[in-house]
Design a protein around this ligand. Structure first.
Ligand code: SF4
Length: 326
């Protein structure tokens, strides 16, 4: 990490989706996918973002890049609120902020060659002047992600999942961004390939000074890569801490339950799994008070049902949204 220099400041970010209540209904409801997230991301760090599917983590990643329009809030990049940018300013900002998608099968255009997929952002942003310059740059990018330059004229379907994800990574780093949202980048890959892609992301971070928001439901992968980890539940961050603090001493009951579910290779372990009650409530009508109170395994108090717990700093840089956490 580069000291405490902030790269991104996310302030009270909200993304609500209006939906019809039923197929033939005229009544509308609101899916509260992201509900007032505030988060600073420092230069050179990896912030892991974890939570069950449907908790809003991918929506948050996309809203930060304005791939979907946030409902309100602020996203400050290098001193400017990108939510106020017009399309030309936003295109310029995109040079600094890229995304690696979960599904390497769906994220690459099957009709484009590898060369055109990786070269497209270079052309759009006018970073190459001649055809030779473009080809040289594409070959350099392919080699950076561990592929040979000779694949430049081949199509995505000719590659394995891991190779396709490498192509996606080459495209993401083509503009030399500072910040990349990695949206479940290894969850569609075989376990044997996952480690290779994770090591590649880690090497590129060191080489290019990248900052990552690493979204995953795999807590082991997140622990390996992240400097800090944010835990999301029903569109909110419920715990945020340095990785080693969060894994050693989780303070929110939801984080404790998630960590208790990580399998341990030792058959003699006496680690107890915390089974959460019920399902995740609907983000259309989240519970009053603490959004976790319907599933919490603590002896909850009346305040849990009526008063939303703010994020409190319970230990240095360890933030928790729970009335009872100590
Ligand atoms: Fe559980 Fe209450 Fe803490 Fe919410 S505030 S996590 S319900 S103890």
């Amino acid at each position: 990490m580069n000291g405490n220099e902030k790269l991104l400041e996310i302030k009270d970010l909200v993304k609500h989706f209006p939906i019809k209540k039923g197929l033939f209904s005229r009544e509308m409801a609101t899916v509260k996918a992201v509900n007032g997230i505030t988060l600073d991301i420092f230069k050179g760090e990896t912030v892991g973002l974890v939570g069950e599917s449907g908790c809003g983590k991918s929506t948050l990643g996309r809203a930060i890049l304005r791939l979907i329009e946030p409902t309100r809030g602020e996203i400050i990049l290098k001193g400017s609120n990108i939510l106020k940018f017009n399309s030309r300013e936003l295109r310029r900002a995109r040079r600094h902020m890229q995304i690696i998608f979960q599904d390497p099968y769906a994220s690459l255009n099957p009709r484009m060659t590898v060369g055109n997929i990786i070269g497209e952002p270079l052309v759009i942003h006018n970073l190459v002047k001649t055809r030779k310059e473009k080809l040289d740059k594409i070959v350099e990018l392919l080699e950076e992600v561990g592929m040979r330059g000779e694949v430049i004229n081949r199509y995505p379907h000719e590659f394995s999942g891991g190779q396709r994800q490498r192509i996606g990574i080459a495209r993401a780093i083509a503009l030399r961004p500072e910040f990349i949202v990695c949206d479940e980048p290894v969850s569609a890959l075989d376990v044997s390939i996952q480690a290779q892609v994770i090591n590649l992301l880690s090497d590129l971070q060191k080489k290019l000074g990248l900052t990552y928001l690493f979204i995953s439901h795999d807590l082991k992968v997140v622990e390996y890569l992240s400097n800090r980890v944010a835990v999301m539940y029903l569109g909110e961050i419920v715990e945020l801490a340095k990785s080693e603090d969060l894994y050693r001493s989780p303070k929110h009951p939801y984080t404790q339950a998630l960590l208790s579910a990580i399998p341990v290779a030792d058959p003699k372990t006496n680690k107890k799994r915390i089974i959460l009650k019920g399902d995740v409530p609907s983000p259309i009508s989240p519970p009053s008070g603490c959004p976790f109170h319907t599933r919490c395994h603590y002896e909850i108090i009346e305040r849990c049902k009526t008063e939303h717990p703010p994020l409190r700093e319970l230990a240095p840089s360890h933030w928790v949204s729970c009335h009872l956490a100590k």
